[in-house]
Design a protein around this ligand. Sequence first.
Ligand SMILES: Nc1nc2c(ncn2[C@@H]2O[C@H](COP(=O)(O)OP(=O)(O)OP(=O)(O)O)[C@@H](O)[C@H]2O)c(=O)[nH]1
Ligand SMILES: [Zn+2]
Ligand SMILES: [Zn+2]
Ligand SMILES: [Zn+2]
Length: 304
Amino acid sequence: MCTVCGCSEGEVRVEGASAGEKDARAPEKHTHSHDHAHGYSSAPVTVEGDNLHFGRGPAHAHAPGLSQTRMVQIEQDILGKNNRYAEINRQRFMRDNLFALNLVSSPGSGKTTLLTASIERTGQRYPVAVIEGDQQTANDAERIRATGVKAIQVNTGKGCHLDAHMVGHALDHFSDLSGGVLFIENVGNLVCPAAFDLGEAHKVAILSVTEGEDKPLKYPDMFHAADLMLLNKVDLLPYLDFDVEQCIAAARRVNPEIGVIQVSARSGEGMDIWLEWIEQRRRALIQARIDQLQTEINKLKACL
Ligand SMILES: Nc1nc2c(ncn2[C@@H]2O[C@H](COP(=O)(O)OP(=O)(O)OP(=O)(O)O)[C@@H](O)[C@H]2O)c(=O)[nH]1
Ligand SMILES: [Zn+2]
Ligand SMILES: [Zn+2]
Ligand SMILES: [Zn+2]
């Protein structure tokens, strides 16, 4: 995963040495015939019968040639830097009373379809803008632009997620969005975007019913990080053996607090509930800002 192997930062940075050089701090490389059964604490693989676990060391991951300690250090460096950018984004969102949502899911769950349907239903009540993340193409941004809403496409190349720095650059392309909603469609990937704070108010995980009800258990980080799960494509339920209750139970096992809304971007089912969820939180954000400013005003008045 990118926070530990550092794929988002490129080879040179990851290895802590120039390209082609070995990381002097990395332990000796093991061959695959070696069974790792030597019991040292950073052993990257735990064997339980026929099950091999590579995520039980302190780094919760494995990268060939890197020690657990080194991976933890790299992760802290990458996430620390990201979090500083995220904080700047958060301040920009607060200054503009902009309600930002980070939409995360595997490829094809219906994020862009859901966004276009949401935008069409929202009308012109408040400003809406979209940041689109994909490895390549501006296809999704063009689909958003067709609704009349401004969209900035961010192509990540080999990158598997948006980071807060990218979002900061995209934000520079929007003018006044005060009081509005910013949708950030992350790169389709159920793993890496979970770790990257973009400064958003909430991560919203979209899971479509064609993907299987066990996904929250298989990819728990994402559903743990999200405040809401949109269960999309419910119009297809009659043709599948997908168990909705089992899926919701799986999501609540990894995140007892997660909200769930069943939607279909195709039929429109559940869309009003989703838009009401957005509206309530957007208004609460503005109200909190009013209360904060009122306190400031009261303090100043007391100085007169
Ligand atoms: N039946 C049905 N199909 C849907 C629904 N929402 C999206 N789709 C279809 O699912 C496919 C993928 O939808 P997209 O909106 O492109 O999915 P995405 O999550 O944006 O995909 P990436 O950006 O590649 O990750 C398309 O063929 C959509 O028409 C839905 O509610 N019901
Ligand atoms: Zn990654
Ligand atoms: Zn999309
Ligand atoms: Zn920059």
